[in-house]
Write a protein that binds this ligand. Sequence first.
Ligand SMILES: *[C@@H]1O[C@H](CO)[C@@H](O)[C@H](O)[C@H]1NC(C)=O
Ligand SMILES: *[C@@H]1O[C@H](CO)[C@@H](O)[C@H](O)[C@H]1NC(C)=O
Ligand SMILES: *[C@@H]1O[C@H](CO)[C@@H](O)[C@H](O)[C@H]1NC(C)=O
Ligand SMILES: *[C@@H]1O[C@H](CO)[C@@H](O)[C@H](O)[C@H]1NC(C)=O
Ligand SMILES: *[C@@H]1O[C@H](CO)[C@@H](O)[C@H](O)[C@H]1NC(C)=O
Ligand SMILES: *[C@@H]1O[C@H](CO)[C@@H](O)[C@H](O)[C@H]1NC(C)=O
Ligand SMILES: *[C@@H]1O[C@H](CO)[C@@H](O)[C@H](O)[C@H]1NC(C)=O
Ligand SMILES: *[C@@H]1O[C@H](CO)[C@@H](O)[C@H](O)[C@H]1NC(C)=O
Ligand SMILES: *[C@@H]1O[C@H](CO)[C@@H](O)[C@H](O)[C@H]1NC(C)=O
Ligand SMILES: *[C@@H]1O[C@H](CO)[C@@H](O)[C@H](O)[C@H]1NC(C)=O
Ligand SMILES: *[C@@H]1O[C@H](CO)[C@@H](O)[C@H](O)[C@H]1NC(C)=O
Ligand SMILES: *[C@@H]1O[C@H](CO)[C@@H](O)[C@H](O)[C@H]1NC(C)=O
Length: 407
Amino acid sequence: MQRRAVSQLAFLVLAGFLLTEAVEIEVHDKDNKTCIYATLSVNFTVLYEVNGTMKNATFQLPNSLSSNGSVCGDNNSAPLLKMDFGHGHSLSLNFSHSAGIFRGDVLTFTYNTSDATLFPGAKNTSVNKVAVDSLMEAAPLNTIYTCRSAKAIASKAVIMVLYDVGIQAFVENGTISKNESICKADMPTTMAPLTTWTASTMTPTKPSPPSLPAVGNYTLKNGSDFCLLANMALQLNLTYTDDNQTRVINIDSNSTASGHCGHQDAALVLEDASTTILFHFIVEQSKFFLKEVKTNISLVVNGSTILLHSNNSSLRYWQASVGSSYMCQKEQRLRVTDKLVINAFNVWVQPFELKSGTFSRAEECSLDDDSILIPIIVGAALAVLIVIVVIAYVIGRRKSYAGYQTL
Ligand SMILES: *[C@@H]1O[C@H](CO)[C@@H](O)[C@H](O)[C@H]1NC(C)=O
Ligand SMILES: *[C@@H]1O[C@H](CO)[C@@H](O)[C@H](O)[C@H]1NC(C)=O
Ligand SMILES: *[C@@H]1O[C@H](CO)[C@@H](O)[C@H](O)[C@H]1NC(C)=O
Ligand SMILES: *[C@@H]1O[C@H](CO)[C@@H](O)[C@H](O)[C@H]1NC(C)=O
Ligand SMILES: *[C@@H]1O[C@H](CO)[C@@H](O)[C@H](O)[C@H]1NC(C)=O
Ligand SMILES: *[C@@H]1O[C@H](CO)[C@@H](O)[C@H](O)[C@H]1NC(C)=O
Ligand SMILES: *[C@@H]1O[C@H](CO)[C@@H](O)[C@H](O)[C@H]1NC(C)=O
Ligand SMILES: *[C@@H]1O[C@H](CO)[C@@H](O)[C@H](O)[C@H]1NC(C)=O
Ligand SMILES: *[C@@H]1O[C@H](CO)[C@@H](O)[C@H](O)[C@H]1NC(C)=O
Ligand SMILES: *[C@@H]1O[C@H](CO)[C@@H](O)[C@H](O)[C@H]1NC(C)=O
Ligand SMILES: *[C@@H]1O[C@H](CO)[C@@H](O)[C@H](O)[C@H]1NC(C)=O
Ligand SMILES: *[C@@H]1O[C@H](CO)[C@@H](O)[C@H](O)[C@H]1NC(C)=O
């Protein structure tokens, strides 16, 4: 019962029915008529570096913001909704229209890691910018586009979750429309228009398990030198419901790689359109290993996007000596959480101490697999050594004893 209540709550939150207070903005033209109207909630998650480790800052678009930087647009410039908040942060969206429809174009998020209230302890203090497709579907002019469902947009170190959205640009005569253009994610599936075209796309398709993932060669540089190499094919096995439905997705081998290198720790962040994965490697007693995996995945389930976070920072996978690389040709199933297993194939990684930009001698996982063999070998060697020492001692004693007797 308890569990069910919790999951239902989670569902309601995801569906956007639990209204958190959304930000509401009206941009006025020089005649003080509304030209852009927007109401929205945004949750930001921003990965940033603190003293050698990565941390995420999470915050919401605050109510206290200034839209002074917005412009209504005219024949020569596109309308722009700009929301400035805090110390040098802003979220902006420009619009275009043609043939009786309008849509959001580029969503730009600017953040200032010097702001210690949102980014405490940030190592690099700078103003950063990410620009992404707004994911706003086209809507007829003189209607208000609404989308209560959460839509996640991930880029570089940033994840934005937009929900409870209502937007109208190109507002005519200063009057916000009463007619809503509801986004696809909010449409109850039963109410979906059943034209032949949608009928074929609406038939419940069970995603067939994807083929084996392609090997991606991911690299990080420190200046002009490679400091981290990772060649691997990755597949995620996600459990996304309480009744253990799973979905298997392949990581695009073209995913962009970013992150940082260090002497004691290194982070590799892979991103494609729907997935961000962080691999955090650390060094302990001249061994390196994968200690943490963190993922943010947006998954489309029944037409709506759900966001899955997974994080485990007490892993110990892919271990090898510093100065070597780690290699494993066969499939590995790396359990990260109850909800996420990473299937890894043809792994070859080296996060530390690259020599001339290439992999060093590889330590292969087949050895690791028989890891109980190593203590046995070491133990046996030790036992043999002890026996030798004892024998030597006994012989030595006998000799000196014998020598003493002859005297
Ligand atoms: C603009 O219109 C709003 C109401 O729509 C009003 O409250 C505000 O005072 C007006 N501002 C100016 C400068 O006329
Ligand atoms: C956004 O963040 C708030 C506060 O952290 C949380 O209550 C809410 O569930 C989040 N919404 C989404 C859609 O992630
Ligand atoms: C940063 O790390 C250094 C050494 O690793 C430590 O001396 C220092 O206190 C740390 N600073 C913060 C703010 O954690
Ligand atoms: C990152 O954010 C998630 C929630 O989105 C939180 O559970 C986790 O503890 C955060 N990790 C760090 C290192 O701050
Ligand atoms: C923004 O607008 C507010 C009032 O709407 C005003 O007090 C403030 O000075 C404006 N800021 C800028 C930079 O124009
Ligand atoms: C924009 O173009 C329309 C016709 O194309 C014209 O009537 C109108 O005056 C123009 N507005 C501005 C501000 O140039
Ligand atoms: C960034 O934040 C710092 C600290 O709050 C502030 O001094 C600086 O002016 C901000 N930068 C911008 C571009 O607003
Ligand atoms: C919106 O802004 C982006 C980048 O700032 C620009 O590339 C794009 O052309 C703009 N779109 C319109 C319709 O002006
Ligand atoms: C705007 O005003 C014009 C003239 O008053 C009218 O013809 C038009 O229908 C109005 N548009 C809307 C969306 O109300
Ligand atoms: C990736 O690296 C492997 C081994 O270094 C190499 O054989 C392969 O051709 C590379 N693939 C691409 C797409 O660069
Ligand atoms: C995904 O996980 C499920 C449940 O743990 C398992 O039955 C299935 O075989 C896994 N699929 C793949 C391709 O790993
Ligand atoms: C990945 O990049 C290669 C070469 O740039 C290209 O041929 C291939 O179509 C890309 N794959 C995807 C899924 O974008």
